[in-house]
Design a protein. Sequence first.
Lengths: 112, 115
Amino acid sequence: QKEVEQDPGPLSVPEGAIVSLNCTYSNSAFQYFMWYRQYSRKGPELLMYTYSSGNKEDGRFTAQVDKSSKYISLFIRDSQPSDSATYLCATDSGGGADGLTFGKGTHLIIQP
Amino acid sequence: DSGVTQTPKHLITATGQRVTLRCSPRSGDLSVYWYQQSLDQGLQFLIQYYNGEERAKGNILERFSAQQFPDLHSELNLSSLELGDSALYFCASSATPRAGDSPLHFGNGTRLTVT
């Protein structure tokens, strides 16, 4: 079982819809959870950075972590065509010395 | 703009050759991470340096090596290149030695094509 699992999509939704992106992880020691957005031929851009369980909101974006079920989510409200990108979830190494562990990313398409 | 600068943006070279990728971290960041991104493997952690010292190793091949200099810029050296080394190579930086304690900020990568 991979440490971080993410549906690759593509996920296609109409403009203005609420988007839900999800990841599951296997190691209960993970404490830090991040969401990155990556446009084609660009580097990943940090969207949300959270610690432990709970919700964090930033503008149209809400990150949610449920450590009991090892499930992390990113919600995008009032989605825009400019939100079309690949979204990557990431976790820390749970106290180990490795870099962040990334999901493979979900390709999101917002249809105008 | 993340503040992380990577050069060159593109690199085309032949099998068996050696290349050097360069990264300048964000101002004030002491940690530098190198990642490889391919279509089938996603982002794979290669190696991390903190304040000039190697701190963590991931899935880095023996043909690859890296270093971080006193001015904190880092270089990733790839040698005896194979077709399968073609990928995007990203550098990221952060303020703390442990991944996750502070967020990682990525550069726009170097696209390596081995022919």
